[in-house]
Design a protein around this ligand. Structure first.
Ligand code: SF4
Length: 190
């Protein structure tokens, strides 16, 4: 039997709908089951209020931990601006902490190479410092033609990720501005 991707999705959706419809048709009330499942997941968990780090909306979250490990993160219904909801990105913040697919080593792919090479952190940091110094030395502008002193380089751009915290960003700004870098942006501000 030939089954296109579109047919497969339609058949699957129909089957799922039929199963749920069948349960509902038999008079089954799924609400208590779903509530019990949700409660089991965070049973005996400690709850800590926190904030989604991904953007400047700053949605409030609740972090549940069991035996010192994060078991669940969800929106905090007490928050006046997100009222318990999280966007898809925020709903996935659990994976910031628990995600087997997350790289844990520095990967370097040399210019023109097809393969990634594992570098130790010290080597990577030294290489970044070397390239920052080289770019800065080659492009540094002390004065404009008008005579205005600017002490800047237009050749380096700093882009921070949304998971950088306030303290990191404070130091990052100091370092970048100290180097004369003026193109500084952070995803969380966008
Ligand atoms: S990324 Fe989504 S959940 Fe996180 S703060 Fe922004 S809007 Fe809220």
């Amino acid at each position: 039997m030939d089954l296109s991707r579109r047919d497969f999705i339609r058949v699957s959706a129909g089957a799922g709908g039929a199963a749920l419809g069948g349960l509902a048709g038999l008079g089954a009330d799924l609400a208590p089951t779903l509530a019990a499942a949700a409660e089991l997941r965070i049973k005996d968990a400690k709850t800590y209020p926190s904030i989604c780090p991904y953007c400047s909306v700053g949605c409030a979250t609740l972090v549940h931990t069991v035996d010192g490990k994060i078991a669940n993160i969800e929106g905090d219904a007490r928050s006046p601006h997100n009222e318990g909801t999280l966007c898809p990105k925020g709903a996935a913040i659990y994976q910031l902490h628990v995600n087997p697919n997350r790289p844990t080593k520095v990967l370097h792919r040399a210019s023109g190479a097809a393969e990634w090479e594992v570098w130790d952190l010290e080597r990577a940091m030294a290489r970044v410092a070397e390239l920052v110094k080289k770019s800065r030395d080659e492009t540094f502008i002390e004065q404009l033609e008008s005579g205005a002193r600017v002490n800047m380089t237009p050749a380096i751009f700093s882009l921070g990720g949304a998971t950088l915290d306030n303290e990191w960003n404070h130091i990052q700004q100091k370092l970048m501005r100290g180097l004369g870098i003026v193109a500084i942006e952070n995803q969380a501000r966008i």
